[in-house]
Design a binder for this molecule. Sequence first.
Ligand code: MD3
Ligand code: FE
Length: 224
Amino acid sequence: MSALVARPTMEIAPGAIHVPGWLTLHEQRELVAACRTWATSPVPIRHTRLPRGGVMSVQTVCIGWHWQPYRYTRTADDVNGEQVAPFPDWMVRLGRRAVCEAYHDQQTADRYTPDTALINFYDGQARLGMHQDNDEHSPAPVVSLSIGDSCVFRVGNTQTRTRPYTDIELASGDLFVFGGPSRYVYHGVPKVHQDTADPACGLGSGRLNITMRVTGLTEPEDTW
Ligand code: MD3
Ligand code: FE
């Protein structure tokens, strides 16, 4: 997007860094292509079912580890029972570049080794309520990449799911890194702005968000 008004890199809260337009259109298209593959197999993208009977309006597929409320497993037991696709090395390297861009600290970046990503797809009506991500057993940063339609992203506080919060716009190609004191902030997506994407990003409609995480998990030990 060629912008009349510049969108500079901003620290939204301590450790929460927004880098607008970080991904090139070429990188966005490559990520969309990878996500299209992951969305079909080995585990199809789906509306996650919640324990109390609801379903999320966002559609999600996972790589590396499978997330279901509120734990990670290697197999998608709430979908088709298959083991999820491996987390590729190229995405580890992309995650390290993202952390380096956000924190300007090569050592921190080199040590960052994400092992799972949640790939969320939003149609024009989808929303994500305010929540904390605390099913990971590691305080390492979360790296978020957005592609397609822009949205309102709500960054709250670590104490409550209510105010005070800051609403910012996330657009195609934007990077967000949540680390340090912001790792456990409440956050959500109250609104998607339909038909706002450059078609050259590779997505016809809707919004794609990829969040890389460090689960801090290892395989279960063999039981005797
Ligand atoms: C802050 N995804 O998958 S991305 C999620 O746009 C999630 O799909 C949103 O919230 C989306 O859990 C927001 C930004 C984000 C992602 C994970 C975080 C912010 C975060 C984890 C901890 C703190
Ligand atoms: Fe989240």
